[in-house]
Design a protein around this ligand. Sequence first.
Ligand SMILES: [Zn+2]
Length: 438
Amino acid sequence: MLLLALLLPSVAQAGTAIEGARIWPAPDHTRVVFDTGAGVNHSIFALENPARLVIDIKDASLKADFANLDLGDSPIRRIRSAPRNGRDLRVVLDLEENIKPRSFQLEPNQQYGHRLVVDLIQEGRKTQPEPSRPLLRDDAGEKRDVIVVIDAGHGGEDPGAIGPAGTLEKDVVLSMARTLKSLIDSKPGYKAQLTRTGDYYIDLRSRTLLARKQNADLFVSVHADAFRSSQPSGASVFALSQRGATSETARWLARSENRSDLIGGVGGVSLGDKNDVLAGVLLDLSMTASINASVGVGDYVLRQLGGVTKLHKRGVEQASFAVLKSPDIPSILVEAGFISNHQEERNLRSSAYQRKIATAVFKGIDAYFQNMPPPGTLLAHQKRQGNASNTSQYRVQRGDTLSGVARKLQTSVQELMRYNDLNDDRVLVGQTLQIPTS
Ligand SMILES: [Zn+2]
């Protein structure tokens, strides 16, 4: 009996075949994905000196060839594997540095089946440079840049929409985002940051979080989605809505975009903030203002897009996109076209067309900020200089309030705040205010 019990495991066929593996290096972590064919039982543990990560998968055998994997840009030096206990599989990653591991499983999507995801988190690595907006400023000091965070949708395990000829949305939008960044960076007074700089996935919440960390003045998410039929075509611009979608397409696209985290994988499953309900209420309150600004900047961008391509809808559409939920940063989502439409798929692949779209988006953004420069920016300074011939000055008297001054001089508090880079309506006796006279 004892002998039989010992022999049985080695005779039995292992349950799950690991048929493929992929590696997605990101700036602060590397994601290793195994195609498992079904859900699996697994455990992982890290070892130091030398640094290794051990992945044990129950009832599994290896069909994939790890030798084909490109380990460049990852902390993995070598991947070894061996059967264990007769029917399990042990995979060992030899690492260049100690990492913090994290693992979870992903359901099938349109491109892949069941997957086991192992993240190697390289703590201490920065994803992005420090915010460039100075905390303090004075009139003699430097004028800060307008900061635009550009988000290329999808990435890594999440291909986004797939065109009839096999074009992946994640590739098209990354290339457009890079072009847009270089256009923005080349204009004095602006600075752009990308949420992702390569082919890896970032969860939706981290994308907007990054915009907040960068103190962004604008968040632009770039997409090129599919509809269930190949007919729809044209570019669209979306802003967040609190009251539901403005069209059927908007509803459909919001639904498929919001599924992204399920497809690409939200790593930190512990999003369990206890105060989510309260946070949600506060978020809604503070979001109204930025929704108006979002629709505003969206209008400018849509107008420019209309000059270079067909528009899907004439106005800025609104829907409940998770990626746009940044409470105080105006945020828009640009759909560069429908990748599900044959002609548009061809267009979206061409770098000339990508450049045309990126240029139009940039012109729209620039027109908006030229008109409404955020206080303290070079653009605000330039606008004031340009208007200098049209301004007069007013010295604040004892007992003056900004609204009183505005009434007296037939202008508005908002206008005065804008012309004078004021963050609130407090004024000091003796302070000189620039007054628009036109
Ligand atoms: Zn998309």
